[in-house]
Design a protein around this ligand. Structure first.
Ligand code: CMC
Length: 428
């Protein structure tokens, strides 16, 4: 039942539309009948005022800097939970009991290997291929190997596909790294944690035992948890839109990876570290702040600003603390971290950033951590994709199970030529 109505006056006609309330957060005006009743569409490029679906997975209050997964605050999850537990929570809706968690962790560990034939896909790429290019290709190719879980009308197949994606993503990302550095692929070790196994597949070699450093493992776990889901962002909306046509889950996640790659989204952590390196030393910061403020310069401070967070990004707080922890453990001092801290301080005192409510986002410090751990910059977005796969599959499952789900089909404001007659080439 609608909670209220909104009235729209178009010309001389007034139409009433239901206003719906969620459990928390702003109300929405239900305009599904707008076109049928008025013959007009809404215009909202970038969907800044448009809710595209109902969802019970993640809640963000950008003004207050709140991020909840199934109601649980992100900082509590990052501190106290594990990545498989967060995955279970996102996909199933509730925290698991001990038995449920053991069973889920076991199930995920049974799906960590890839079909051996998939290794040949890697060999078709150039050695200097970007890991995200490899991930798009290999994840898309999974549908050719796991066809027994592509019937999206069957909830059991959907769950198997979800488990496969969550389980195989670390293997796929680690293999992308190994391929570019020319080392042998490492098979998963299911006796390790989800994160420990990923670190071993990435940094271990078959010739030596690999010992997982618990501080690095914890940092990685936090990074994965902080990136697990973020409501209807660009890549998640891409997954939903691809999935709305009934496409198989592997193809949908490959579409999400493609969208995530962009520098305004998942590619920002790579771009932020490159920017910090380019700045190089704290004395050059004012020059870059001036460039970020200059309307005629396309430069933006990467790792700053967010479409939704207009107060602070709660993920950035955890990242900042983790960056300090990791550098201490590794006994490294990193001029990039010094530059980052100074840049943050100066920008936060600057009128331009204050007025536009621009704060460091999750990507500002994550690059510093990943760099210290030993990941090359072009792996950063691949790690984001690995973690976000959990959110993507949760959102995809939610969409497919939603009885109101329809194929996504936005409309447009057409500004091109009206109808005209074709002119043969010799008469033009
Ligand atoms: N540096 C300088 N100016 C900025 C920045 C920035 N990083 N971000 C926004 N602005 C300005 C922008 O120029 C605009 O100014 P004006 O009103 O005078 O035209 C104003 O702030 C509002 O920006 P917007 O682009 O309309 O805001 P948006 O909500 O569309 O953009 C954003 C959000 C994240 C794309 C943008 O802040 C940005 O490009 N940031 C840098 C890239 C980045 O760090 N992205 C990671 C996002 S977090 C990870 C994720 O969720 O994927």
């Amino acid at each position: 039942m609608p909670d209220a109505n909104a009235t729209l006056k178009l010309g001389n006609e007034e139409k009433s539309f239901p206003v719906l309330s969620g459990s928390v957060g702003p109300d929405v005006i239900d305009i599904r009948k707008l076109y049928a009743e008025t013959g007009a569409f809404t215009y909202d490029p970038g969907f800044t005022s448009t809710g595209s679906c109902q969802s019970a997975i993640t809640y963000i209050d950008g003004e207050e800097g709140v991020l909840l997964h199934r109601g649980y605050p992100i900082d509590q999850l990052a501190e106290q939970s594990t990545f498989p537990e967060v995955a279970y929570l996102l996909v199933n809706g509730e925290l698991p009991s001990k038995d449920e968690l053991d069973q889920f962790t076991y199930t995920i560990s049974r799906h960590t290997m890839l079909h051996e034939q998939l290794a040949n896909f890697y060999r078709g790429f150039r050695r200097d291929a970007h890991p995200m290019a490899i991930m798009c290709g290999v994840v898309g190719a999974l549908s050719a190997f796991y066809h027994d879980s592509t019937d999206i009308t069957d909830p059991k197949q959907r769950m198997i596909a979800s488990h496969r994606l969550i389980a195989k993503m670390p293997t796929i990302a680690a293999m992308a790294y190994k391929y570019t550095v020319g080392q042998p692929f490492m098979y998963p070790d299911n006796s390790l944690s989800y994160t420990g196994n990923f670190l071993r597949m990435t940094f271990g070699v078959p010739a030596e035992p690999y010992e997982v450093n618990p501080v690095i493992e914890r940092a990685m776990r936090r990074i994965f948890i902080l990136h697990a889901d973020h409501e209807q962002n660009a890549s998640t909306s891409t997954v939903r839109l691809a999935g709305s046509s009934g496409a198989n889950p592997f193809a949908c996640i490959a579409a999400g990876i493609a969208c995530l790659w962009g520098p305004a989204h998942g590619g920002a952590n790579e771009a932020a570290l490159n920017m910090l390196r380019e700045i190089g030393r704290p004395e050059r910061i004012p020059e870059y702040i001036a460039r970020a403020k200059d309307k005629d310069d396309p430069f933006r401070l990467m790792g700053f600003g967010h479409r939704v967070y207009k107060n602070f990004d709660p993920r950035a707080k955890v990242m900042k603390a983790t960056a300090a922890e990791v550098l201490k453990e590794l006994g490294k001092s990193d001029p990039v971290l010094d530059t980052a801290q100074e840049l943050e301080q100066l920008a936060l005192q600057d009128e331009y950033f204050i007025e536009k409510k621009l704060y460091p986002n999750v990507d500002f410090y994550s690059g510093v951590i990943l760099n210290a751990i030993g990941f090359p910059t072009d792996m950063f977005t691949a790690l984001f994709a690995l973690a976000r796969t959990v959110g993507w599959v949760a959102q995809w499952n939610e969409m497919i199970s939603d009885p109101e789900q329809k194929i996504g089909r936005p409309r447009q404001l057409y500004v091109g030529e009206p109808q005209r007659d074709y002119v043969p080439v010799e008469q033009r």
